[in-house]
Design a binder for this molecule. Structure first.
Ligand code: AMP
Length: 171
């Protein structure tokens, strides 16, 4: 099995000084690494009752649709404001400085549908928390939140209390 951590490139001071950026493009471009990520995450969720997989623009779009295919479910995109053409629901959330906003189609889930939220990195947890609330706002149930990698020292998991949280790799 490939050593996935050795395939993730670490870039100091990107996008700003003091941030160590985990670059998953080097993992994705490695055929056995990519396959291993999707296979391991699929195996983890294989017997979980998941109706649909949700991905967050932009890096979540790399993983979530492939996972949806492997789990034999549909895929729902959560996008930056102004990109989705039909009626949307929105959630604003705090960043280090200021706020950001994400949108979902208001009719993207059926009442009670079990949604797996999947993203590349769990950092402070602000994005994942906002998306979980967004899913609930439109009537879905959060079946779980999954990540390729989690930055344990940022304690993002504490913002996701009560949810099933899974990360393939921990730093
Ligand atoms: P957060 O809301 O802080 O959990 O972070 C949200 C998103 O920002 C993650 O899904 C990543 O796409 C990205 N991100 C945050 N910190 C990092 C990092 N150190 N390296 C790579 N991506 C990051």
């Amino acid at each position: 099995m490939p050593d996935l951590k050795s395939l993730i490139r670490q870039i100091p001071d990107f996008p700003k000084p003091g941030i160590l950026f985990y670059d998953i493009t080097t993992l994705m471009q490695d055929a056995s690494g990519w396959r291993s990520v999707i296979d391991q995450v699929t195996a983890h969720y294989k017997s979980a009752p998941i109706d649909v997989v949700l991905g967050i623009e932009a890096r979540g779009f790399f993983f979530a649709p492939t996972l949806a295919y492997a789990l034999n479910t549909g895929f729902i995109p959560v996008r930056k404001p102004g990109k989705l053409p039909h009626k949307t629901a929105a959630m604003e959330y705090a960043l280090e400085y200021g706020t950001d906003k994400l949108e979902i189609h208001a009719d993207a889930v059926q009442p009670g549908q079990r949604v797996l939220i999947f993203d590349d990195v769990l950092a402070t947890g602000g994005t994942a928390q906002a998306v979980a609330k967004l899913v609930e706002k439109i009537g879905g149930t959060v079946a779980g939140l999954g990540f390729v990698l989690e930055l344990d020292f940022l304690k993002g998991r504490s913002k996701l209390d009560g949810y099933d949280v899974f990360s393939l790799l921990h730093y």
